[in-house]
Design a protein around this ligand. Structure first.
Ligand code: 5GP
Length: 190
């Protein structure tokens, strides 16, 4: 998605540890118009997949997941994070290690919101090592729902997540694919 790549080039900054900071349009201040265009693009890409729900993890996945859900005309569910290990019988829960915060969180979704006949689309802001997506896939398995696709706003293709998803055979669509963040400069996959 050219518009997104231009925005990353213009406003993104590279931090140590292969982290791309995009907090002026995606992770803190949100460019609402761009988010709408991102949602429109995901909806176009997955329009034939009979998606019944869009699923993400709070908090940075919510903006692109919401606009995608609006364009597909389906509900959005965001998995909630909590540090405590208190489990309740009403939740599907998975453990996720956060790439940027370097802590493990449990993420969970209330059992009432996922049904065996659902076809979900997973949306997230970034794909790095694939931990967040892996956690959502675990929850999908527990809930016995089928995963019709995964949509990522910014994929760091040089990290492990892409290969991990490829192995599952699930359709992956990333709107911007980064080949390298070396020397504080963003290089996209051709
Ligand atoms: P993963 O679980 O794939 O290792 O990492 C994905 C999650 O970590 C995303 O949901 C995002 O919140 C965060 N993340 C990973 N890499 C980056 C990055 O380079 N920049 C930002 N802003 N967030 C990242």
């Amino acid at each position: 998605m050219d518009l997104l790549k231009e925005k990353i080039k213009k406003d993104g900054t590279v931090l140590p540890g292969n982290v791309l900071k995009v907090d002026n349009f995606l992770n803190h201040q949100v460019d609402a118009k761009l988010m709408d265009q991102i949602g429109e693009e995901f909806a176009r890409l997955f329009k034939d997949e009979k998606i019944t729900k869009v699923v993400t993890v709070e908090s940075s996945g919510i903006a692109p997941a919401l606009t995608t859900a609006i364009h597909l005309g389906v509900p959005l569910i965001f998995a909630r994070k909590h540090k405590s290990v208190t489990l309740t019988d009403d939740l599907y829960t998975a453990k996720v290690y956060s790439y940027t915060k370097k802590v493990s969180n449990n993420i969970s979704i209330d059992k009432r919101f996922l049904n065996a006949d659902d076809h979900i689309l997973i949306i997230d802001d970034f794909l790095a090592n694939g931990q967040a997506v892996q956690g959502l896939l675990e929850i999908a398995k527990l809930a016995d729902v089928s995963v019709s696709g995964i949509g990522i706003v910014i994929e760091k293709s040089f990290q492990k997540g892409h290969a991990m998803i490829e192995k599952t055979g699930i359709r992956l669509e990333s709107l911007a694919r980064i080949a390298s963040l070396k020397d504080q400069s963003v290089t996209f996959v051709e």
